[in-house]
Ligand binder design. Structure first.
Ligand SMILES: NC(=O)c1ccc[n+]([C@@H]2O[C@H](COP(=O)([O-])OP(=O)(O)OC[C@H]3O[C@@H](n4cnc5c(N)ncnc54)[C@H](OP(=O)(O)O)[C@@H]3O)[C@@H](O)[C@H]2O)c1
Length: 313
């Protein structure tokens, strides 16, 4: 574990991949393209070295442009950025995996990614329509391909040097176990929603045993209701530690051994979210043991359909 003041620079070794992943990451699930590009630049300038995107977010082009502009300024080099993108559900058929990966590279203006994730374990009807629906409006799933078939195609991408590491997203523990059992290359990262209202302890313990990094999205609760940033346990620790609630949540996530991802369109919040330092160990325990609410903000894990669950304010 890094010294307290270095918490923001913590790196987690990728035992099932190459090198290490910086714990603190920035996600680009931002609907507006101009905001995506500006936020990605601001994140790199603030110090973030993990950028997470996906074919499905339709932000790869803007992320690519932002990275190029920052690289041209000469302050950061490509190999200092840990770039993540994801294979969408309509490209699970093995023969579609490499073309989908290469299409992502083109938009991102790169010739490799540090981590390629299967976005969800659900295969949708193959094709260019990202959200295929039948006449009743129901998703058309593809029963002709298994998660393992798709995983094998990702393993080939590692062998070809296109991806330094591969992983799973929006999975449950049993699905991770099945892939680990059958894999030639085990997942380096499992990327799921996780925060104090959804700590995923069983999954985290299994990942620790297997040397897999658990990357936690919606680490601040995605501005959902109930608002994690207003939880009394978090706000009391923030006041005591002279930090913001977001900084407390990010410190907790890193100190318990996960790699949190946040998103913001707001430059001051982007800087705040990188300015993370350790909280006392008793505060880490207080969050782990004292917060009993359980809330999942995103239902993608159940259906493969992206989207945060709308809640009454
Ligand atoms: N694999 C998947 O299925 C999946 C699903 C969801 C997300 N993800 C990834 O995970 C990333 C992070 O997820 P997320 O967007 O839910 O993260 P989040 O950071 O928990 O939530 C983002 C929201 O929090 C607000 N916010 C950010 N920093 C703040 C701060 N310091 N104080 C107050 N509010 C703050 C943002 O507002 P403003 O933008 O207005 O500042 C935004 O509304 C995504 O971008 C994406 O890369 C993956």
């Amino acid at each position: 574990m890094a010294a307290p003041d270095d918490l923001r620079y913590t790196k987690l070794p990728l035992n099932n991949g190459a090198g290490a992943i910086p714990a603190l990451g920035f996600g680009t699930l931002i609907p507006d393209p101009v905001a995506t590009k500006n936020a990605t630049k601001a994140a790199l300038e603030a110090g973030f070295r993990v950028i997470d995107t996906a074919e499905r977010y339709r932000t790869e082009k803007e992320v690519g442009e932002a990275m190029q502009e920052v690289f041209k300024e000469g302050k950061i080099k490509r190999d200092e950025v840990f770039l993540i993108t994801k294979l969408w559900n309509t490209n699970h058929r093995p023969e579609r995996v490499k073309p989908a990966c290469e299409a992502s590279f083109k938009k991102l203006q790169v010739d490799f990614v540090d981590l390629y994730l299967i976005h969800t374990p659900f295969a949708f009807k193959a094709g260019d329509e990202q959200d295929p629906r039948d006449a009743n409006g129901d998703v058309i799933y593809d029963q002709g391909v298994t998660l393992l078939d798709t995983w094998r195609a990702l393993e080939d991408l590692v062998s070809e040097g296109k991806c330094k590491a591969i992983g799973l997203s929006d999975v449950i523990l049993e699905q991770v176990k099945d892939i680990v059992k059958a894999a030639r290359i085990k997942p380096a990262v499992v990327h799921v929603e996780s925060h104090p209202y959804l700590p995923e302890w069983d999954l985290l313990n299994y990942c620790r045993e297997q040397g897999i990094v658990l990357q936690a999205f919606a680490a601040l609760g995605h501005s959902g209701q109930p608002n994690l940033l207003e939880d009394p346990v978090i706000t009391a620790i923030a006041q005591r530690a002279k930090k913001t609630p977001a900084q407390v949540l990010l410190a907790w996530a890193i100190q318990r051994g996960t790699a949190p991802l946040t998103t913001s369109k707001t430059p001051s919040r982007i800087r705040e979210n990188f300015d993370v330092s350790a909280i006392p160990e008793d505060a880490v325990r207080q969050i782990s043991d004292g917060i009993k609410s359980r809330v999942r903000f995103n239902a993608v894990v159940k259906t493969g359909v992206p989207g945060f669950i709308p809640r009454q304010k």
